[in-house]
Design a protein around this ligand. Structure first.
Ligand code: AMP
Length: 309
C-alpha cells in the first residue's frame, strides 16, 4: 500500500495580523506529504521545483522518508511562488501574487515504481495536470482531489473532466458554492456528487468540516484553539491527515471516513499554530493521538436513558 501525492512544491510569502515572512517553504504537495508521513509510508511525491529550491528543503523531505523519484528539478526556471495576506478574520485571505514559474511547462512523469499506488492525492495544482497523473497509474483504491477558486474560475472544463475520475473531493464552503452554483451546501453537495465524487468534504475554516457520503452527512467540530498564527496550508494538511489515516487503517467505509476527517482536522489544527509548515516538522505520535482524542471528546454526547422524550 502506498500513497502518491502530486501538487505544488512552492515558496510562499505570507502576511497575517501576527507576522510576516517573505519566503517560506509551502505548496500543496509539501503540506500533504509532510502530514501523511506521520501516518503511513511509503509516500511518493510528484512535482517540480526550480533552480532556486534549497538543498535543505530537499533534505527535509528525505528526513521524512518521502520518495522523491517523481520530483523534477527544472533548472531553467524558478520554483512556484505564491503570496497571500490574511485579514483579522483568518477565514479570509487575499492572494497577492501567483507565479507559476516551472509549473507553466510541467509535464508530470510518473516513475514505474509509483504506478501501483493505492491512494492518490491530487493536491491543488492545475486540473489538467491532476488528470495527466491519473492517466499514468493503475486503478487505485481511492482518488482524492483538492482544488481552489483559482482553478474553478480559470480551468473549469479541465476540472470537470478530472472530477469524473475522483472518489473524494475536498474543498471549502465558498469553493463548493462556486463549483455547484448553489448557495445551500446540502444542495451543492448533491450537485457535486453528480459531477463524479461519491464523497465530498466541505471545509468551513475555523468552523469545522462536513462529510457527505452516500450514507449521509457527518459534521466534524472545529478545535477551539487559542492562538491561530497562520492558516496557510491548513486545507492541504487536512487532506494529508485524511489520506494518511485511510492508508494506515486500510478500510474505506463511512465510519472510517469519519475518523479520517477527525485526523485531518487534528493535523490542520497543528498546522495553524506556527508559520508555514513549521509545526508539521517535529510532531510526535503522542501529540497527534492526544489531539485526535480531544477532537472526539469535543462533540461526544454520552448516551443516557432519559435524554430523549
Ligand atoms: P491552503 O492554505 O491549504 O489552501 O494551501 C496553501 C498553499 O497552496 C500554499 O503553500 C501555496 O503555495 C499553494 N497554492 C496557492 N495557490 C496555488 C495554486 N494556484 N496552485 C497550486 N498551489 C497553490
Amino acid at each position: 500500500m502506498s500513497i502518491l501525492v502530486v501538487g505544488s512544491v512552492a515558496y510562499d510569502g505570507i502576511e497575517t495580523p501576527f507576522g510576516k515572512t517573505d519566503r517560506i517553504l509551502g505548496g500543496s504537495a509539501t503540506y500533504i506529504s509532510l502530514t501523511s508521513s506521520y501516518f503511513h509510508k511509503p509516500l511518493k511525491l510528484v512535482g517540480v521545483v526550480g533552480s532556486d529550491f534549497a538543498d535543505s528543503d530537499i533534505q527535509l523531505f528525505r528526513d521524512k522518508n518521502i520518495d522523491l523519484e517523481g520530483l523534477q528539478i527544472d533548472k531553467s526556471g524558478k520554483t512556484f511562488f505564491w503570496k497571500g495576506r490574511y485579514h483579522y478574520d483568518l477565514n479570509n485571505r487575499d492572494t497577492l501574487d501567483t507565479q507559476l514559474n516551472v509549473f507553466e511547462k510541467f509535464d508530470p512523469v510518473i516513475p514505474d515504481s509509483y504506478r501501483d499506488a493505492r491512494i492518490v492525492c491530487l493536491g491543488n495544482i492545475a486540473p489538467a495536470l491532476q488528470g495527466k497523473v491519473l492517466e499514468q497509474i493503475d486503478k487505485p483504491d481511492l482518488v482524492i482531489l483538492d482544488t481552489m477558486n483559482f482553478w474553478i474560475e480559470g480551468a473549469r472544463a479541465d476540472l470537470e473532466g478530472t472530477l469524473k475520475r475522483v472518489d473524494v473531493l475536498i474543498i471549502n464552503d465558498s469553493e463548493a458554492r462556486e463549483l455547484s452554483g448553489e448557495p445551500n451546501l446540502v444542495k451543492a453537495a448533491e450537485k457535486i456528487h453528480d459531477m463524479g465524487p461519491s464523497t465530498l468534504i466541505i471545509k468551513k475554516g475555523e468552523h469545522g468540516a462536513l462529510l457527505f457520503t452516500k450514507g449521509g452527512v457527518f459534521s466534524a467540530p472545529a478545535y477551539p484553539i487559542v492562538d491561530i498564527f497562520d492558516p496557510t496550508g491548513a486545507g492541504d494538511t487536512f487532506l494529508g491527515g485524511f489520506a494518511g489515516w485511510l492508508a494506515r487503517s486500510g478500510t474505506y467505509d463511512d465510519d472510517n471516513f469519519r475518523r479520517a476527517v477527525i485526523y485531518g482536522s487534528a493535523m490542520a489544527s497543528f498546522c495553524v499554530e506556527k508559520f508555514g509548515p513549521e509545526r508539521l516538522i517535529n510532531l510526535t505520535a503522542e501529540e497527534i493521538i492526544e489531539r485526535y482524542t480531544d477532537f472526539r471528546t469535543l462533540s461526544a454526547i454520552p448516551v443516557q436513558q432519559d435524554d430523549v422524550f
